[in-house]
Design a protein. Structure first.
Length: 287
């Protein structure tokens, strides 16, 4: 499919102060929600490294100057995301969390996927994960009022990340199509990556909650309590982070799917005009 929508991919050098509040309950003053999002943050730098390595396998294998430029900008955005998430994750360490085992587990899971797949399959896994991140990003930007209980600094951070995930949501997909990727392969990839990411996020959250409880001197909640909190956080009728995301997620399985068939430029424009924390931007130039 020829892309009919052109959205500038702008790698923004940002600066956030994660010391302004405790990482234990920055999200709605709720340790369950905070641990869930902290667990997502722990996974993202390693995932973003996977994405960059996956597309670099195909350097020099296609001739499309526009796509090549977009891929460079994609890499720049992802590299900046990783640096900011590392600062975020380092704050967890400063507050007493041991994150080494969590990161080792994530890396091992990604290494297993890499070693068991072909180059085009790795790209399929990349576009599947990019689909998950931009579906979440769309929900965050289009319904930013759902983040009203988030601490200002973390809210600004996640809104920024969401916006850039939307800006580059089609880049790796366009590469996949140009290289002859199939619907069957990408469908299988999304099934597998959805399952894997949900498992990783659950394990990360569980480990972080266990450490939070030790830091606070309280008992670890049951798995049932954690599951109920997660269902409320993600799918609550009014404030659920993913409430209403089902059509965008399922569109992936349509034969003529393309990320920009869902035109959410209006959410991006709203963020740029009204939500973008200008005081956080150090440089709008290419990284």
């Amino acid at each position: 499919m020829k892309k009919s929508i052109a959205v500038p991919i702008i790698p923004r050098k940002m600066s956030f102060d994660f010391t302004k509040t405790s990482t234990q309950d920055w999200c709605c003053q709720n340790m369950f929600y905070s641990a869930y999002m902290n667990g997502v943050s722990l996974a993202l730098p390693l995932g973003e490294d996977f994405f960059i390595r996956a597309i670099r396998q195909f350097d020099g294998q296609f001739n499309n100057p526009i796509l090549e430029d977009e891929l460079k900008r994609f890499v720049a955005q992802e590299a900046i995301h990783s640096r900011q998430h590392l600062l975020y994750n380092n704050q967890l360490t400063r507050e007493g969390y041991d994150i080494k085992n969590i990161q080792t587990r994530i890396q091992q899971a990604l290494d297993e996927v890499w070693e068991a797949s072909t180059p085009i399959e790795r790209l399929a896994y990349t576009i599947a994960l990019e689909h998950l991140t931009h579906v979440l990003g769309d929900q965050i930007l289009a319904n930013s009022e759902r983040l009203s209980g988030w601490h200002t600094e973390f809210r600004a951070f996640w809104l920024w990340h969401a916006a850039e995930e939307i800006e580059h949501k089609a880049v790796c997909y366009d590469l996949y199509q140009q290289l002859g990727g199939t619907l069957t392969m990408r469908s299988k990839a999304l099934f597998k990556m959805t399952q894997k990411m949900l498992s990783i996020f659950w394990q990360n959250q569980h480990d972080l909650l266990s450490q939070t409880c030790k830091l606070r001197g309280i008992s670890m909640p049951s798995n049932l309590m954690i599951s109920r909190a997660n269902i409320s956080f993600l799918f609550d009728r009014h404030q659920g982070l993913l409430r209403g995301a089902e059509p965008a997620y399922l569109a992936w399985f349509l034969p003529y799917y393309h990320p920009w068939k869902h035109d959410n430029r209006s959410a991006l424009a709203l963020w740029q005009r009204d939500v973008l924390p200008l005081n956080h931007i150090a440089d709008l130039k290419m990284a």
